[in-house]
Ligand binder design. Structure first.
Ligand SMILES: C[S@@+](CC[C@H](N)C(=O)[O-])C[C@H]1O[C@@H](n2cnc3c(N)ncnc32)[C@H](O)[C@@H]1O
Length: 293
C-alpha cells in the first residue's frame, strides 16, 4: 500500500514544530501517524523511544502535546548527544548563548573550531557549537558551509535560520519537559535492548538509510550494522516497534516476514523532492483501528 505521508482522515492534524535542530529528512511529519499508533496500542501513558534520534522532531511533538508521558532520545554522534544533553541539563544557559550569539562568519569559524575540537564531554560548548552550525549552515548540514557563503554574497545570509526569539521559545518549552526526557549516547541496538522489556513502550527506529544518507549526518552504518539491527528487531517481534528506511530491496530481504507499507515525505536536503520510504512494523503492533474492534 502507498500512503502520502499517512494522511489521516477526516482531519489532518497540525504537527507541532519544536525541535531546535534542522534535520534533513527529519521525521517530525510522521507525528500524526505515530499519534494514531500510540492510541491504537494503548500507549498514551507510556514511553516513546528513538534509538536514532537526530532532530527528535516527532518525539518532542508527541511529548508536549501529551501523547506520551516520557521520551528517550539516543544518538551515537557525540555532537548531537552533546546538544541534547546540554539543552536538557541547562536550558537557561543554552538560551543565554542563543540570545548573545553573534551571527557572522568570524563567529561561525569559532563555533566550527569548537565543533571539531572542543572536548567531547564539554557538553554546553560542543552542544551549542553543533546547534550554531546546524542553524547557520546550508540545509543544516554540519560539515557544510554557511548560508550565503564565506563571502556572504548569497541571497540569504548566515542569520536566515537563526530567529533568536523563536529558538529561545523552543528551548524554554523543552526545558519545561526536561524531567520527562532522557538523553543517551550509545549504539541504537544497545538502547533498543535496554528498553525492550519496559512496559508501555513504543520504539521507533529511524536508522541511517542504505542509500541516501550521504553526508547529512554521522553515517557509519555498514551492511553488517543493518543486518545486526534486523536481527535485533526481528528477535523482538513480540514487542511494539516500528522502523523507517529508504525503500530499497535490502529492506524487503531483512524484514520480509514483517508487515510494511510505503510512504512519501517531503524531503529537502538541497531541494524539495518526494522521497519514497518504507515503514516496517513488529507483529505485536496494532496498526489500524479495525484490529481493535
Ligand atoms: C536518519 S537520522 C535520524 C533522523 C531523525 N529521526 C529525525 O527525525 O530527525 C539517523 C541518526 O542516527 C544517528 N546514528 C548513526 N549511527 C548510529 C548508531 N549506530 N546508533 C545510534 N545512532 C546512530 C545519526 O547520528 C543520525 O542522527
Amino acid at each position: 500500500m502507498t500512503v502520502d505521508a499517512f494522511r489521516t482522515k477526516p482531519s489532518r492534524l497540525k504537527r507541532p514544530s519544536i525541535s531546535p535542530l534542522r534535520y534533513p529528512g527529519g521525521k517530525a511529519s510522521l507525528y500524526t501517524r505515530l499519534r494514531a499508533l500510540l492510541r491504537y496500542n494503548g500507549l498514551t501513558s507510556g514511553t516513546y523511544v528513538e534509538p536514532y534520534a537526530g532532530g527528535a522532531g516527532a518525539a518532542l511533538g508527541l511529548l508536549v502535546t501529551g501523547q506520551v508521558k516520557e521520551v528517550a532520545i539516543n544518538d551515537l554522534d557525540p555532537a548531537i548527544f552533546a546538544f541534547w544533553k546540554s539543552l536538557i541539563d541547562s536550558p537557561s544557559d543554552f538560551s543565554q548563548l542563543i540570545r548573545e550569539a553573534r551571527l557572522s562568519v568570524d563567529e561561525w569559524q569559532k563555533q566550527r573550531d569548537a565543533y571539531l575540537n572542543a572536548p567531547r564531554d564539554d557538553y554546553l560548548r560542543l552542544g551549542f557549537a553543533t546547534f550554531y552550525l546546524n542553524r547557520t549552515n546550508r540545509s543544516g548540514v554540519l560539515n557544510g558551509g554557511p548560508i550565503g557563503g564565506m563571502d556572504q554574497t548569497g541571497n540569504y545570509k548566515i542569520d536566515a535560520r537563526f530567529n533568536k526569539d523563536g529558538l529561545t521559545e523552543r528551548v524554554r518549552l523543552i526545558g519545561m519537559y526536561g524531567k520527562r526526557i532522557s538523553v543517551h549516547n550509545m549504539d541504537g541496538i544497545a538502547l533498543i535492548n535496554q528498553y525492550a522489556d519496559s512496559p508501555n513502550t513504543l520504539i521507533y527506529a529511524d536508522p541511517p538509510y542504505f542509500e541516501k544518507a550521504g553526508s547529512l549526518y554521522l553515517n557509519s552504518f555498514t551492511s553488517g550494522d543493518h543486518e545486526a539491527l534486523a536481527a535485533c528487531l526481528n528477535g523482538l517481534n513480540d514487542r511494539r516497534w516500528l522502523l523507517t528506511y529508504d525503500n530499497v530491496p535490502q529492506v524487503a530481504q531483512l524484514y520480509g516476514e514483517r508487515r510494511s507499507e510505503e510512504f512519501s515525505l517531503n524531503y529537502s536536503a538541497h531541494r524539495v523532492m518526494k522521497a519514497k520510504e518504507i515503514m516496517v512494523y513488529s507483529d505485536a503492533l496494532v496498526t489500524d483501528e479495525e484490529r481493535l474492534l
